[in-house]
Design a protein around this ligand. Structure first.
Ligand code: ZN
Length: 246
């Protein structure tokens, strides 16, 4: 099976369209969508439209921002900028799109016997996986060989071999061969709000027969996404951070 792996679109349609146009000639059996469709960015309806319009089957889960926007979580753990953007998004979404966001399933989800997806951690959808110790705790309980996760917005991989655990940030573009004897936690990074000091949109592909993960970065018209945020009256910091990828 060939998968397109996308995460953390965050209402940024300019970035999402750049990613979709980069992969438009490739064929996938399914899209794995790791959550946070909305929140922060000023084009939530356009992002939901684009995702709902995909002709490829999408296996999807919700993110923490999707939950707050949908009213499933009250957002009490959010800072005021994130909460303001979530409340704005709830008001702007069409009723049908809001219902679609509300219906996103809770992670983790098993995609195949050897493949799972989650937003934060496979043990808790809202927990951040940043360090090798975070990964160590997950590998002790979660046996699925390959798990894609989002939430941190940092393209990265954690690998548990038979002998050791190691972590690596994934810069620029590249590929990783999956060793059948190891287990992997893999983050494709964020499409709509990268935070690894590279402002380009990030995504991955995974070929489960060839056992190859590839990661990509795509330039997109950041100025347009910024202008939408300013025009919407959302906090200016949400526009500024897009230019630095932080
Ligand atoms: Zn996010």
């Amino acid at each position: 099976m060939r998968y397109l792996v996308i995460s953390d679109m965050h209402g940024n349609v300019d970035a999402l369209q750049a990613v979709l146009s980069r992969v438009r000639r490739k064929r996938f059996d399914a899209v794995l969508m790791l959550g946070d469709v909305v929140g922060y960015g000023a084009a939530p309806n356009q992002v939901v439209d684009a995702l709902r319009g995909l002709r490829t089957k999408m296996i999807r889960i919700r993110g923490n921002h999707d939950k707050v926007v949908a009213g499933i979580d009250d957002g009490s753990s959010f800072n005021h900028v994130a909460l303001a953007a979530a409340l704005w998004t709830t008001e702007k979404l069409t009723p049908a799109h809001l219902q679609w966001v509300r219906s996103l399933p809770k992670g983790p989800r098993e995609v195949a016997p050897e493949l799972a997806i989650c937003h934060g951690s496979p043990l808790d959808e809202d927990v951040y996986v940043f360090t090798d110790f975070d990964a160590f705790q997950i590998f002790a309980e979660h046996r699925v060989p390959v798990t894609f996760f989002g939430h941190t917005h940092i393209p990265s991989v954690f690998v548990q071999t038979s002998e050791r655990l190691y972590a690596a940030p994934l810069r620029d573009e590249g590929k990783l061969e999956i060793d059948p004897g190891s287990r992997y936690l893999i983050n494709p990074g964020s499409i709509g709000q990268p935070r690894d000091r590279d402002p380009r949109a990030a995504f991955m592909t995974y070929d489960s027969e060839r056992r190859v993960v590839r990661w990509y970065r795509v330039e997109y018209p950041i100025r347009e996404a910024q202008q939408r945020i300013l025009d919407a009256g959302l906090p200016a910091v949400l526009a500024e951070r897009l230019a630095v990828g932080a």
